[in-house]
Design a protein around this ligand. Structure first.
Ligand SMILES: Cc1cc2nc3c(=O)[nH]c(=O)nc-3n(C[C@H](O)[C@H](O)[C@H](O)COP(=O)(O)OP(=O)(O)OC[C@H]3O[C@@H](n4cnc5c(N)ncnc54)[C@H](O)[C@@H]3O)c2cc1C
Length: 294
C-alpha cells in the first residue's frame, strides 16, 4: 500500500494541465541512464511512455504525454491512496501503522519512507536515531518554478534555455512530444535566487521570474493568459549518502533521490535497491509466508 499526500500521481514529476496548455513544472527530462535503470528506460520507451525531445538537451527523453505519465503508469495496478498525508509512523513491535488527517492504516510488515530526506528525518528519528543521523547528512536545494501560458507562440526563441543569470532553466513545454498545443513556458529559478525568495508571495514570484526571463533574453514578453508559481522547498538533493537506509530489526527503511547521484535515476534505483533489501529480509523472517514476484 502506498500513501501520498499529493492529490494525484507525480511528486516532483508533476504536470499541470489546463484546457489546451500543459506544464511539467518539476523534473524536465531524463537521460538513458545506466544498468537496471537503462533497462527500465528502454521498457518505458517501448511502452510509449517516454520519447526523445528534439528541442531539449542532447539525449533528453521526456514522459509522454506528460512527465507525470511515468508515475501514473507505475501506480496503475497498485494500491495507492492520494491525498493521504502521513504524520505519524508507529510500531507495536511486530507491525507498522501509519496515521495522519483522516488516515489510520495498518498493520504492515515493513515500512518504507520514499520522500525527500528532510521530510523522512522527523518520521524516522523517533524510531532509529542512527538512520536519522545518516539522513541528516543530505540536503535539498529549493526551486521556484513558474508556469506561463500565451495566446501566441513566442517566435524566434529556442525551445529551452539553461543557466541564464539567476534563471536555471526555461523551456517551451509544448515543444515536447505529445503535449497540448497551447504555448506553455516553464521557467525555473536557480537555487540561490529560490533560497533568497523562498518565503515570498507566490503571485509576486511568478511575475518577477517572468519579467526576469524577458530581461535576460532581451525581449518584451506579451502578457500571459495564465501564470502560476510553484515552490519546491526540497527540489534537488545534494550530498547523497551513497546507499539506501534499512533497519532489518525494525523492518523500516528509506529511499529517494538523496541516496545516490542521478536525480530521477537515483530515485528509481534506490527504490529498486531497497525493494531487494525488504524482500530478502521478509523472506529470511518468514520464508513460508512470502511470495516474491519480479
Ligand atoms: C524543479 C525541479 C526540476 C527537476 N529537474 C529534473 C530533471 O530535469 N531531471 C531529473 O532527473 N530530475 C530532475 N529533478 C529531480 C527529480 O524530480 C527528483 O530527483 C525525483 O523526482 C525524486 O523522486 P522521489 O520519488 O525521490 O521524490 P518525490 O518525487 O518528491 O516523491 C515523494 C512523494 O512523497 C510524497 N510525500 C512527501 N511527504 C509525505 C508525507 N508525509 N505523507 C505522504 N506523502 C508524502 C510527495 O507528495 C511526493 O509525491 C527536478 C526536481 C525539481 C523539483
Amino acid at each position: 500500500m502506498l500513501f501520498d499526500k499529493g492529490k494525484r500521481p507525480g511528486g516532483r514529476l508533476s504536470t499541470l494541465r489546463i484546457e489546451d496548455w500543459s506544464w511539467d513544472f518539476g523534473a524536465q527530462f531524463l537521460t538513458a541512464g545506466q544498468g537496471a535503470f537503462a533497462v527500465q528506460v528502454e521498457d518505458w520507451r517501448r511502452a510509449g511512455l517516454l520519447a526523445p525531445w528534439q528541442g531539449g538537451p542532447a539525449g533528453s527523453l521526456v514522459g509522454v504525454p506528460a512527465m507525470a505519465s511515468l508515475i501514473e503508469a507505475q501506480c496503475a495496478g497498485h494500491a495507492v491512496r492520494f491525498g493521504a498525508l502521513v504524520q505519524r509512523i508507529e510500531s507495536d513491535g511486530l507491525s507498522w501503522f501509519v496515521s495522519g488527517p483522516g488516515l489510520c492504516e495498518g498493520p504492515f510488515a515493513a515500512l518504507i519512507l520514499a520522500v525527500p530526506a528532510e521530510q523522512a528525518a522527523p518520521l524516522l528519528s523517533l524510531h532509529d536515531l542512527v538512520l536519522a543521523r545518516e539522513l541528516a547528512a543530505t540536503r535539498s536545494k529549493p526551486c521556484w518554478s513558474v508556469m506561463a501560458g500565451f495566446d501566441q507562440p513566442l517566435q524566434g526563441l529556442p525551445d529551452h534555455f539553461a543557466g541564464i543569470g539567476p534563471i536555471a532553466w526555461a523551456a517551451r513545454n509544448n515543444s515536447k512530444p505529445a503535449r497540448a498545443r497551447g504555448e506553455a513556458w516553464v521557467i525555473q529559478a536557480g537555487a540561490e535566487w529560490s533560497q533568497r525568495n523562498l518565503e515570498c508571495n507566490q503571485e509576486a514570484v511568478a511575475q518577477r521570474l517572468l519579467d526576469l526571463f524577458g530581461s535576460q533574453i532581451g525581449i518584451d514578453l506579451p502578457a500571459p493568459n495564465f501564470i502560476k508559481a510553484h515552490r519546491w522547498r526540497f527540489a534537488l538533493a545534494y550530498g547523497q549518502v551513497g546507499k539506501v537506509l534499512w533497519n532489518d530489526n525494525l523492518s523500516l527503511g528509506a529511499c529517494g533521490d538523496w541516496c545516490l547521484p542521478g536525480q530521477i535515476e537515483s530515485a528509481w534505483q534506490s527504490g529498486a535497491d531497497l525493494a531487494d533489501r525488504v524482500a530478502a529480509s521478509l523472506l529470511a523472517q518468514a520464508p513460508d509466508r512470502v511470495s516474491l514476484r519480479g
